[in-house]
Design a protein around this ligand. Structure first.
Ligand code: FDA
Length: 405
């Protein structure tokens, strides 16, 4: 005989715990299932162990989706201020870091404990670790076949996240369930991920590993329109050279907008028109090119750029033709490079794509054609920028589903 609950939430991560707590505190009987031994591992490792739990500026423009307006409703019904009020209620010390990003002062474990306490306040039942074998639609409700016995319920919420970091339990469960029920999937791909480069044109940059500087980076076309068209991304953040390519917040951000085979364009000195500056200095400055550029850029980078652009390090600025300086200025202010690939799901902070939001109600997150089946969090084709936006989406989508089930 199957055990009976109003709601089964599958996936006890950020979105699942929020949804379970909200539904249970409304009086629903809720069971929260997860296959992992350790709960909410992504919250634990997030923000370098201090969980960047929201961003006070979170707005629809900070999210990528094939259906950009979908996230609007949930984000407006559960705002960063709402989550912050919860954090304050639990007296979790926190601070704002950079561009609206809120972090715990001490440990991300505090956010996990807070969500567990919210679940306990609604008497959520837990089944962990527990594997789910399948979900079957009944005439009314569903039958969930899981370790520990079958469960009959009115609503099922899929909160199993995306494919990022398989070694801590990411699976394609959400996509498989969506497909089983005839819902479309926007092809998943790694987002917020370091980009990799190889081949002869990258060799000059390999020795630069470890160098970091603030840059402007962009990709895509502002004119791109229509289904599948790349959205344009533009960020001013830190970039980091690595042994295999480029990383740092600037690159993680742009990676979510980058389409394979297309270039990213980096301005290594966004405060300055380098060609104008060099040509203007020519008649008065007697320095060698290496020393001139090293005034503005890390020395190793300045040297790497000169070598990559056919300059001898000891060439004198005064002897350089304007056309050559313009070419160098372009290489610094508009460095266009085509990444070979990315570090993939092994390193990606998020998964782009997922359950097609055109299949879901933006008010409730329920599938339009399957009464009682909900998808929330990263499983869905809504992906935030770096900086607390992805957790805000998990809280907001979890809240609206928890309020509806
Ligand atoms: P989440 O991945 O949190 O939870 C899914 C749950 O489902 C997991 O507990 C998993 O075990 C379970 N599950 C999966 N398959 C299952 C199956 N078949 N059966 C049962 N259970 C299953 N975001 C942010 O806003 N600020 C930050 O600081 C960071 N930092 C960060 C660092 C790193 C290293 C990563 C990888 C990611 C971040 N993120 C982040 C992104 C953020 O962690 C992510 O967007 C949310 O955790 C997504 O929440 P979900 O609840 O949707 O999935």
């Amino acid at each position: 005989m199957a055990k009976q609950y109003d709601v089964v939430v599958i996936g006890a991560g950020a979105a699942g715990m929020m949804c379970a707590a909200v539904a249970a505190q409304r009086g629903k009987s809720v069971v929260l299932i997860d296959h992992a031994e350790r709960l909410a591992e992504k919250i634990r490792i997030s923000g370098g162990g201090r969980c960047n739990f929201t961003n006070v500026n979170a707005a629809p423009a900070n999210f990528l989706s094939q259906n950009p307006n979908f996230c609007r409703s949930a984000l407006s019904r559960y705002t960063p201020q709402d989550f912050l009020a919860l954090v304050k209620k639990y007296r979790i010390a926190h601070h704002e870091k950079h561009k609206g990003q809120l972090f715990c002062d001490d440990s991300s474990e505090q956010i996990i404990q807070m969500l567990r306490a919210e679940c306990a306040a609604g008497e959520v039942s837990w089944r962990t670790p527990c594997k789910v074998a399948g979900i079957e639609k009944l005439e009314t409700g569903f039958l969930v076949t899981a370790e520990g016995g079958d469960i009959a319920c009115e609503s099922v919420v899929i909160a199993t996240g995306g494919l990022s970091i398989p070694k801590i339990g990411a699976t394609d469960f959400g996509y498989r369930i969506a497909t089983q029920f005839g819902l479309g999937i926007v092809e998943p791909r790694p987002g917020l991920v370091p980009l990799t480069f190889d081949g002869p044109s990258w060799e000059a940059f390999v020795p630069l590993a470890g160098i970091a500087l603030e840059v402007e980076v962009s990709t895509g076309s502002a004119k791109a329109k229509g289904k599948g068209a790349a959205q344009r991304g533009h960020f001013r953040e830190d970039l980091l050279f690595t042994h295999r390519g480029l990383s740092g917040p600037a690159i993680l951000q742009i990676s979510s907008y980058w389409q394979p085979g297309t270039p990213i364009v980096i301005d290594l000195l966004p405060e300055m028109d380098v060609a104008e500056e060099l040509i203007g200095m020519k008649s008065t400055v007697k320095k060698q090119m290496g020393n001139v550029l090293a005034q503005w850029l890390p020395t190793r980078l300045a040297e790497g750029l000169l070598l990559a652009n056919g300059f001898a390090l000891d060439a004198r600025l005064a002897d350089m033709p304007d056309a050559k300086l313009r070419k160098l200025g372009d290489a610094i202010n508009r460095w266009a490079i085509v990444p070979t690939g990315s570090e993939g799901y092994r390193k990606a902070e998020v998964t782009l794509g997922g359950v097609d939001t055109r299949e879901l109600s933006q008010q409730t997150m329920m599938a339009n054609k399957v009464q009682g089946l909900y998808f929330i969090g990263e499983t869905v084709d809504v992906t935030g920028w770096l900086g607390g936006y992805n957790f805000q989406w998990a809280w907001a989508s979890g809240y609206v589903a928890g309020s509806s089930v």
